[in-house]
Design a protein around this ligand. Structure first.
Ligand code: PLP
Length: 362
């Protein structure tokens, strides 16, 4: 029997890709995935579990999860006909790209950024126009992106950008929306930490798609939930590709309750922002570290040491960060998520230890 993975059964564009994956490491201080270090209150979790116990598990969820859509519509102020929910925002990124990209179509994307956009576009056999950030400051090259947007079915911008932490300027976004031939996907996975959102541009711009996740500020990464806001005409098209019953009843119930009680998260978000600014100031004091200003819940930093050496030196002290040095322009860079004050202190102590340690300093 022929080996299907080596024959033409699998598309060459897929065989040529590396899978989106992350090696698992156990560590006492986990600062590698930009998660919220604070769990939701136990009472709230218990309430979710009790509500789910009262629902039938043997039955499918509703075809259109009306309750959460209504809750989100009330929370955001965007009409429910323009909202889609997903099993994580990844699923909605995939759905939006699948209905827009394919052979002979193009995605324009700044680089470095969240790796999934390019991976999915390639798997869909679309062309990918990668617009490098400024090599020194890692800011967006707006002019090049505007130019690429004129010939691309989709432009995607992560703002704040993962892994650099910087924002896409609002005026530049308006120009992009006016110029673009196709959709402009604005991935707001970290917007709660930035105080900036493209939301108010939605009514004016039918080509704007705003993506949000409950995995970061909303402290629900383990339950997988995200949502998309767009003009109802666009939402209707993306909906055609979305799998039926994509969000399970546990997650739907939790997302509803967490959205209704959103103010419970305010303190944690404020603490993370305060800690981000403190860690940034601390990093600035270290002559051998260059920290990039961030509006997210993580900080990108560069040192003179090879990133894998510094990663190992931190890990050996129980601190897990993300080695992003294989991304374009990010040689010698690591990304550290903001944890609790104690976790951040442990990171800073481990960093000083690692940078002083001559053994691995090459
Ligand atoms: C920019 C960006 N978008 C989307 C996601 C994925 O979010 P979700 O967990 O909702 O799939 C991430 C996760 O790290 C991210 O950094």
């Amino acid at each position: 029997m022929p080996n299907p993975s080596r024959s033409d059964v699998i598309k060459p564009e897929v065989r040529g890709l590396s899978a989106y994956t992350l090696q698992h490491f156990d560590a006492g201080v986990k600062l590698d995935q930009n998660e919220n270090p604070y769990e939701l209150p136990t009472d709230l979790k218990r309430e979710v579990a009790e509500r789910v116990l009262r629902r039938p598990w043997a039955r499918y969820p509703e075809f259109v999860p009306a309750a959460i859509i209504q809750t989100l519509a009330k929370f955001t102020g965007w009409p429910g006909e323009g909202i889609l929910v997903g099993n994580g925002s990844n699923e909605l990124i995939q759905a939006s790209l699948t209905v827009t990209l394919g052979p002979g179509r193009k995605l324009a994307v700044p680089q470095p950024t969240f790796t999934l956009y390019k991976l999915m576009a390639r798997a869909l056999q679309a062309e990918v126009d990668e617009i490098l950030l400024d090599a020194e400051r890692l800011t967006f090259d707006v002019d090049k992106l505007l130019e690429a947007s004129r010939t691309s079915e989709v432009v995607v911008v992560s703002t704040p950008n993962n892994p650099t932490g910087n924002l896409f300027d609002r005026d530049a976004l308006v120009a992009l929306l006016k110029n673009a031939k196709g959709l402009v996907l604005v991935d707001e996975a970290y917007h709660e930490f930035s105080g900036q959102t493209a939301f108010s541009l939605l009514p004016e711009h039918r080509n704007l798609v705003v993506l949000r996740t409950f995995s970061k500020a909303m402290a629900m990464a383990g339950l997988r939930f995200g949502y998309m806001m767009a003009h109802p005409e666009i939402a209707r098209e993306v909906y055609k590709w979305k799998l039926p019953y994509n969000v399970n009843i546990f997650t739907l119930t939790a997302a509803e309750l967490v959205t209704e009680r959103r103010s419970l998260l305010n303190q944690a978000i404020a603490d993370i922002i305060r800690e981000r600014d403190r860690v940034f100031d601390e990093l600035q004091k270290r002559a051998s570290v260059r920290a990039f200003p961030s509006k997210a819940n993580f900080i990108l930093m560069k040192t003179a040491r090879p990133a894998h050496r510094l990663f190992d030196a931190l890990y050996s002290q129980g601190v897990l960060v993300r080695d992003v040095s294989s991304y374009p322009l990010l040689d010698r860079c690591l990304r550290v998520s903001i944890g609790t004050p104690e976790e951040n202190d442990r990171f800073l102590v481990a960093l000083d230890q690692a940078l002083e340690n001559k053994n691995g300093s090459t």
